[in-house]
Write a protein that binds this ligand. Structure first.
Ligand SMILES: [Zn+2]
Ligand SMILES: [Zn+2]
Length: 65
């Protein structure tokens, strides 16, 4: 997946769930997707941790980043 900066059209770097433009510093929150079905995940926040839940039945997907 290639995402480009809406300001300068550089390819964004994905870092800790955020797309970052190295050229101008533009930040874009990344949408987490299920590795099995590639559908957008629901975000569950509990106890300071963030977990992702697949609405298509693939269950909890924990990101360790
Ligand atoms: Zn940029
Ligand atoms: Zn899934």
């Amino acid at each position: 997946m290639n995402v480009t900066c809406e300001k300068c059209q550089q390819t964004l770097t994905l870092r800790e769930g955020v797309f970052i433009c190295e050229a101008c510093g533009f930040h874009l929150p990344a949408q987490a997707v299920c590795p099995d079905c590639l559908q957008p995940l629901n975000v569950l926040k509990a106890c300071g941790a963030v977990d992702y839940f697949c609405p298509q039945g693939h269950g909890l997907i924990s990101k360790k980043e």
